[in-house]
Design a protein around this ligand. Sequence first.
Ligand SMILES: Nc1ncnc2c1ncn2[C@@H]1O[C@H](COP(=O)(O)OP(=O)(O)OP(=O)(O)O)[C@@H](O)[C@H]1O
Length: 235
Amino acid sequence: MSPLIEARDVELAFGETPALRGASLAAEAGEVLAVMGASGSGKSTLLHCLAGILVPDAGEVHFDGQRIDRLDENRRSALRRDAFGFVFQFGQLVPELTAEENIALPLLLGGVRRAAALAEARPWFARLGLDGLGSRRSGELSGGQAQRIALARGLVTRPRVLFADEPTGALDSLTGEQVMELMVAAAREQGTTVVLVTHEPRVAAYADREAVVRDGRARVLSAGYAPGVAERVAP
Ligand SMILES: Nc1ncnc2c1ncn2[C@@H]1O[C@H](COP(=O)(O)OP(=O)(O)OP(=O)(O)O)[C@@H](O)[C@H]1O
């Protein structure tokens, strides 16, 4: 079976700073893949290349049998909107919108009519333990509540791949674990592949498989989680 999404020998430099130096990484359909590594190792850059946000200087990015690094910006943008979902460290909700409108936003941007988009957003409140919060704005939500809204926004279009960059990084560990449990359960329920960037082994433990990025190169660890394995495997 070929992977759903794959980076092959990807290289990318920001000016004189090499961020990726031949990174290869693949995720199968339905898999939860954690990407770990030290600060500055290139994790976010690799995620941005996989998601078609950045175009690598060299190497290839494939999604669902298509080479996406060769698509122009308009087509990559359409792909991100139609096939991918995103969750970032600080939720990044739109402060002027209610929680319900924030969840519905990717559908609205994709041309779904307002009533239909809000109807799609509503079940997420019960699913993520957020009942009664639909009309709140982001300033009236706790960090954990806001991140669950961001998670719902990332999944509401039923994306093929959810890209999550340090989704628990701004939360305390208990709240972070709740968000991870909800994220993995919701993704599995709808068959969404998850590429999860984290530097926390406790967060990576929710994944089916782990990869480590070190100095701009990725290596996949064997399935399953064992404390300390990342440190032992890295040369
Ligand atoms: N927009 C940018 N402009 C210049 N350099 C950048 C930019 N983004 C990242 N870099 C550099 O590229 C390298 C990889 O950064 P990246 O953000 O991918 O690492 P990371 O592993 O995700 O780090 P962290 O865990 O701290 O978020 C670093 O040396 C970083 O300073």
